[in-house]
Design a protein around this ligand. Structure first.
Ligand SMILES: C[S@@+](CC[C@H](N)C(=O)[O-])C[C@H]1O[C@@H](n2cnc3c(N)ncnc32)[C@H](O)[C@@H]1O
Length: 538
């Protein structure tokens, strides 16, 4: 093949007109001289620029694989006849290549010209690539306006920089890859949602044979530049601009690497894309980095936070605001504030019981299991106090063959740009030390790439009558994960009640970094804000 965009000796026919097949023709991808738009010319004489026999406008065309060397190009075509309005109709052109290798290169070129897919090396070919579905799973689940804003956000370098500068995050990925070189050496890797391409570059540093960096946003172009600027690694990386739900890859991957975690692990619904990528691209027995995620939860007591939130609604208690009584809206405003989960880094001593966790196994779970996540809650209060809600954080495991490493966002651990998340109840519960707290955390996904959180917490009857199993108090909350309250500039000093000081002595909550703590999702460290407060996603 002389050029990746020119294919000799192809056979094609316009099946929509039943015209006879043209053999020995040339297929050439390029820009239309008339409009500048990408087009495919199919020319019988073999002189594409001189005598295009059929011209396919790629912007509204799709291809479907008919066989190992056969493709069907379906496109809209316009016909203008004198005195007649322009009429649009569909056209289907069958193209047959000589060999399977050429066939794969043809579909890749089609994809590249249609979607401006970028190749890792100038002139390098993916061996395959085709657009397969007109409406992908992503498009059917996610509102177009949400996806547009989402990919616009990730298309900007400043947001990629914020993630890169989260040293805990990026450093843990780097360590996990480098410590587990044997999982990468000579392997095919897919970077799911590559962003700036950083994880692809790590995989290449660890000796990957080839990395496919799939990125849907405009960031793909920056990633291409970064990768080209690191040529010793870049020659083994191919950037593909598109959604993992839609692009085709020429070969199966031995390992998937991705950073699909949002606030509370699941925000942004990118874990679903990660699982879809597994089903589409990963070879049987392939590895996933990370392989497991856990959501950790524990009840907390934080009088300052509660009062701060309740006070925000005080504005609406004014009877004479420029002559207007605002009080009819007070209760809605009050509920509105409590519908915002709070994102900040809190002191783990505010937890009033050892945490529990819910595990998501990325290697085996079904994508649909992420649509609704139902977690039963059961804790025993270690102190007598007011319970203001449920604190949540997550960690993920890199289950490498050499080293198993966790990336944690636990309170008391070095702060990440995810911080922690707290669901604050508008009606706190009163508990005694030793009292059982039960409940449910129910997460329901929605089409704006996030979740509605339904929280119920109950304190069981205490003392006389407890045997009858009566519930003394129940408090519920409905919160919107997509609209959190970023409480990051607040002072983080807490005066502990006597009970809380006693509770600090609980071994499982002491920030000493024991094995037990890691298993409970708490880990040691300092709490310093090392990351920007640019948190509108994640
Ligand atoms: C959290 S960022 C991680 C970026 C990079 N991997 C890193 O670790 O710095 C997630 C990236 O995945 C991309 N992304 C999200 N969903 C995607 C999908 N369905 N297909 C392709 N890319 C996607 C986003 O545009 C974003 O750049």
């Amino acid at each position: 093949m002389a050029s990746p965009d020119l294919f000799q000796n192809v056979t094609f026919c316009d099946v929509s007109t039943a015209a006879p097949a043209a053999e020995g023709a040339t297929a050439a991808f390029g820009l239309s001289a008339a409009t500048g738009a990408p087009r495919l010319s199919l020319v019988k004489s073999g002189k594409p620029e001189v005598e295009p026999t059929v011209e396919v406008h790629l912007s509204d065309a799709q291809i479907f694989k008919l066989g190992p060397t056969e493709w069907l190009c379906v496109c809209d075509a316009s016909e203008a006849k004198p005195g007649v309005e322009e009429k649009s109709f569909s056209r289907a052109i069958k193209v047959v290549l000589r060999t399977e290798a050429e066939s794969k290169a043809f579909s890749l070129a089609f994809q590249r010209w249609k979607h401006q897919v970028i190749s890792g090396k100038a002139g390098e070919l993916l061996e395959n690539g085709s657009i397969i579905a007109s409406k992908s799973k992503f498009d059917t689940k996610i509102e177009a306006s949400s996806a547009k804003m989402y990919f616009h956000y990730y298309g900007q370098l400043l947001h990629q920089q914020n993630m890169l500068q989260d040293f805990v995050r990026t450093g843990t990925y780097y360590a996990a890859v480098m410590e587990n070189r044997s999982d990468f050496e000579g392997r095919v890797v897919v970077d799911v949602g590559a962003g700036s391409g950083i994880l692809s570059l790590f995989a290449a540093q660890a000796g990957a044979r080839h990395v496919y960096a799939v990125e849907a946003s405009e960031m793909a172009e920056h990633a291409q530049r970064l990768i080209s600027g690191n040529p010793s690694l870049g020659q083994r990386i191919t950037v593909i601009k598109g959604k993992v739900e839609e692009v085709e890859l020429p070969e199966k991957a031995d390992i998937l690497i991705s950073e699909p975690m949002g606030t509370l692990l699941v925000n942004e619904r990118m874990l679903e894309s990660y699982v879809i990528a597994r089903d589409r691209f990963l070879a049987p027995d392939g590895k996933m980095f990370p392989s497991t995620g856990r959501i950790h939860m524990a009840p907390f007591s934080d009088e300052y936070l509660y009062v701060e939130m309740a006070n925000k609604a005080l504005f609406w208690q004014q009877h004479n605001f420029f002559g207007v009584d605002l009080t009819p809206l007070h209760s809605s405003a009050f509920q509105g504030y409590f519908s915002q989960p709070v994102v900040d880094a809190f002191d783990p001593r505010l937890l009033i019981s050892p945490p529990t966790h819910h595990t998501l196994d990325f290697t085996s779970m079904k994508e649909e299991e992420l649509y609704e996540i139902d977690i039963p809650l059961s804790f025993v209060a270690s102190v007598g106090t007011r319970v203001h809600g449920l604190a949540c954080w997550f960690d993920v495991l890199f289950g490498g063959s050499t080293v198993q490493r966790w990336l944690t966002t636990a309170p008391g651990s070095p702060t990440t740009h995810w911080y922690q998340l707290r669901c604050v109840l508008s009606q706190p519960l009163y508990v005694m030390a030793g009292q059982e707290i039960t409940g449910r955390l129910h997460l329901v996904a929605h089409s704006s790439q996030s979740y509605t959180i339904y929280l119920t917490m109950s304190a069981k009857m205490w003392g006389v009558g407890a045997e009858q199993g009566g519930i003394l108090q129940t408090s519920t909350g409905k919160l919107e994960l997509k609209e959190p309250y970023y409480r990051l500039s607040q002072p983080q000093s807490y005066v502990l009640s006597q009970d809380q000081q006693q509770q600090q002595q609980l071994p499982s909550l002491q920030p000493q970094g024991s094995e037990q703590q890691m298993q409970e999702g708490l880990s040691p460290g300092i709490t310093i804000d090392q990351v920007d407060q640019d948190c509108s996603l994640h």
